[in-house]
Each structure stands twice: as C-alpha cells, then as structure tokens.
Design a protein around this ligand. Structure first.
Ligand code: SF4
Ligand code: SF4
Length: 435
C-alpha cells in the first residue's frame, strides 16, 4: 500500500495535555564539560570549591565561539563523573552538590524597564552570548549568532508547534508562562526594530488560543504587534520551512536562511531563555521536559533544574511498566530523537523530552518498492534510492541523490511498508556525501 504520511499522532492524541510537576531541588546536578558543538573546555573550579547559582564554572570552546558553563544550583563542586550525553556517548560532567540555598552569582541582577528600553541589538547580543542562550527546541545553535544577522527583519516567528508524538513540554510552557513569553518577544522585536511577531501553534490547540486571546487584549500587549498564528495539525509542521510557508506564505529555497526574507524564528523556550537573560541577566537554569512513552507508568511534564539526572525522575512517573521488558530510551521525539543506552542521562538545557519505550523486535522485510518513503519525504528526496546507493557503497550516486537536504524527520522510516529503518540509511548517506 502506498502511503503519504503527514498525519502523525501528536502528544495530544498520545498522552493528552500533561500538567507539570516541579522537581527543582535534586541533591546533585551534573554539567557536561563538552557538548556536540564544543569539543574542548576549561574548568575553573576544583573539588571543594563553593559555587553560586549561575556562576561561570567553565568555558566550552567551539569552532568559532565560546560558551560559558553556568552552575544551575548553589553548593559545592565535588569533581568530575561520566554520564551519558544526548549524543549517546559517555562524557565528563562536573558534579555539584546542591546546598538548596539558591544563592545567586553577583552577575544576576534585575534590569529596570528603563534600562531594558535603552538596550540596543548589540547590547542584547552580548547579554545573550554571556548567558549562553542557545536554541532550546533542541537545535542548541547559539542564539547570539542569529542576532548578528544584518538583514532587515520584518517578522519574528515564534515556534510553539511541537508536532512530534508524546512531547508537550512547549505546550505547558505556553500555558504557564504567557507573560514571560510575550515580554521576551517584545525584547526581540526591540532588538530587530521589528513591528510584527507571530506565535505559531497548531490550530487545534484551543486551550492555548483561549489564554492568548485574553492576554493579548491586555494594555501591555494590545498594540504590541504580536498575534497568535494558527497553523496545520500535521507533521512536520514545526520544521521552519513548513512553518514559514503556512504563517507567511513564503516558500524558502533549499538551504535559504529565513533572514533573507526578513524573518527570524525562535522556539518558545528560547524566547523565554532570552527573556530571563535580558530581564535578570540569568542563564537558563530550569526548563520544561516531558517524560513519556509506553515504558513508563505515568507520563508527565516536569519543570526541572538543568543538570538533573533522568534516573531521579523515573520514580516520579510511577516507575517502568513491565520491568521484564527491555527499554529503549530516546532523547527528543520518536521521529527525530536520538536513542541513548540507559536512563543514566543528564537533562541539559536542550533536552526537551525523554521517551521510554518497551523494546519490540521488528522484523525488517525486503523493500517492495512501494514508493511510500518517496511520497512522504517533505524535501522531495528519494530515500529508497539513497538506501540502495548506500548498500552498494556507490558514493557518486549518493552525492547525486542530495542526502544533505534531508532534515531527518523520520517520515521515510515511519511510512515504510517493510519496516526498514530508511532514515538510518539516509543519515549514513549524509556522512558519505560529506567525505
Ligand atoms: S528523514 Fe530525510 S529522507 Fe526521510 S523523509 Fe525525512 S527528510 Fe526525507
Ligand atoms: S524503502 Fe520501504 S517505503 Fe521505501 S519503497 Fe521500499 S518498502 Fe516502500
């Protein structure tokens, strides 16, 4: 059967709107020394040192930028321990014992509305850089680099679409923090001297619409130029190209930056991160995450302190279902997330969700050339041909098939009649194409 698949059951259909539990005082927090974008780092503390919340305890070095490591609690630096990172590898983490006093570093201070009104784009860029704000929807791209565009921007698009199954942490944030979000958007509009902003959500999110219809009528926001924009209920509507097409009627060319068309886009969590940085000079120390999937008894959203071990949150979800069955852990959603070997994983500021699934042994069958993967691909690739080229190790053919345009949405695997992990072949093709 040929299937064009865009209708993926999202979180509302799989787990419903989850309330959030506060879990903000773990005994220890763990901060990754390096990450996917920064291969080396310097550590500024030694065992026994007292640290304050938001204090810079190290500096990561990327290929063209530096990223401060901020403590997310006050307490005592214990030493370095290895835990799994979202890339599935064991990496070094700074372990800090939480004294639960939450004393803040002296750099954290509230700016007055008058002080904020005077900030230029350059000022805000420097603040966001020092506070290490990155794409909190999972991209981890340094936000200050987005701020450095010199293109004129006419519209800010704020992505609250969240279209993968099982995840609704952004939904929770939208519901709980409308004022932080709206003030954050106003700061970004000020930076870019931009008069319009749209908060993009799925059109079926009636509860969010109700909240923002009310709040946007308040005096502080009624003439702000911020509006709610209802977009499609399909996957991958949250992909920036698809969001821009529906919100603005603009079709970006492959690889084209939204700023070329006067648009800049941020995830809702990133906007709240920007709000905290501008208003309080504070890095991201807490975030919403979803723990979900059929391997967990009671799926939940959490407001957690970054650096918390996922292991600590599993009992808060009632533990695992069917202890006998092996579990699969995925950081991110089932479509685009990455699997990790165990629950010994730390929540960094870019972890949006943890999916715990009971392992099933799917028997892969031979390709029946049904064409479902080709029909489903949102960037019009031919995943089956890419797979065949990878199997044949035909590098020339792989390059001609353009695998680098793949956005790793997972639809080719999802739609495959023969249960083949087609996306994995396309990922391998991307590696070949870069050689
Ligand atoms: S994972 Fe890549 S190749 Fe597969 S459908 Fe998505 S964009 Fe296309
Ligand atoms: S790889 Fe799967 S979806 Fe694609 S043509 Fe073959 S059987 Fe169909």
């Amino acid at each position: 059967m040929i299937a064009k698949t865009r209708k993926i059951h999202d979180a509302m259909e799989t787990v419903g709107a989850l309330q959030a539990i506060r879990y903000v005082d773990p005994e220890f927090i763990y901060l990754a020394v390096t990450n996917a974008r920064c291969a080396t780092a310097d550590v500024f503390v030694k065992p026994g040192d007292h640290v304050d919340c938001c204090q810079v305890v190290g500096m990561r070095h990327g290929p063209f930028f530096e990223q401060p490591i901020h403590s997310t609690v006050s307490g005592t630096f214990v030493g370095i321990e290895k835990h799994y990172h979202r890339n599935g590898k064991l990496v070094d983490y700074l372990k800090i014992e939480n004294d639960k006093k939450e004393t803040y570093a002296k750099e954290v201070k509230q700016r007055t509305p008058e002080e904020i009104a005077k900030l230029t784009k350059q000022d805000m860029t420097a603040i966001i850089k020092n506070c290490a704000v990155v794409g909190l929807g999972g991209s981890s791209f340094p936000t200050y680099i987005k701020f450095q565009t010199d293109k004129p921007i006419h519209t800010i698009l704020v992505n609250g679409i969240e279209c993968e199954p099982f995840i609704n942490a952004d939904h929770r944030l939208l519901m709980e923090y409308p004022y932080r979000l709206l003030d954050g958007i106003k700061y970004v509009m000020q930076a870019f001297n931009c008069k319009h902003a749209k908060i993009c959500i799925k059109s079926k999110y009636k509860d969010i619409k109700e909240v923002y219809d009310q709040v946007l009528k308040e005096k502080a926001y009624e003439n702000s130029g911020i509006e709610l924009c209802l977009v499609g209920n399909y996957y991958p509507q949250g992909w920036e190209v698809e969001m821009i097409k529906n919100a603005e009627g603009i079709q970006l060319a492959p690889g084209e930056l939204p700023a070329n068309r006067g648009i800049i886009n941020f995830n809702v969590s990133t906007i709240v991160g920007i709000y905290k940085a501008i208003k309080y000079n504070m890095p991201v120390i807490k975030r919403f995450i979803t723990i979900s999937g059929d391997g967990i008894k009671s799926p939940k959203n959490f407001r957690v302190r970054c650096g918390t071990s996922i292991k600590e949150l599993i009992p808060q979800c009632g533990g695992y279902t069917d202890e006998e069955t092996e579990k699969v852990f995925i950081l991110g959603g089932p479509m685009m997330g990455a699997s990790v070997p165990s629950d010994d994983v730390i929540i960094t500021k870019t972890v949006t969700s943890i999916l715990v699934l009971n392992k099933r042994n799917y028997q892969e069958e031979p390709c029946v050339r049904c064409g479902s993967c080709v029909l489903s691909c949102p960037v019009h690739l031919e995943p089956v041909q890419i797979m065949n080229a990878v199997k044949a190790l035909d590098k020339e053919r792989i390059k001609k098939l353009n695998p680098l345009r793949c956005i790793e949405c997972g639809l080719c695997t999802y739609s495959c009649t023969s249960k083949i992990q087609v996306t994995d072949y396309v990922r391998r093709a991307k590696l070949f194409a870069k050689m």
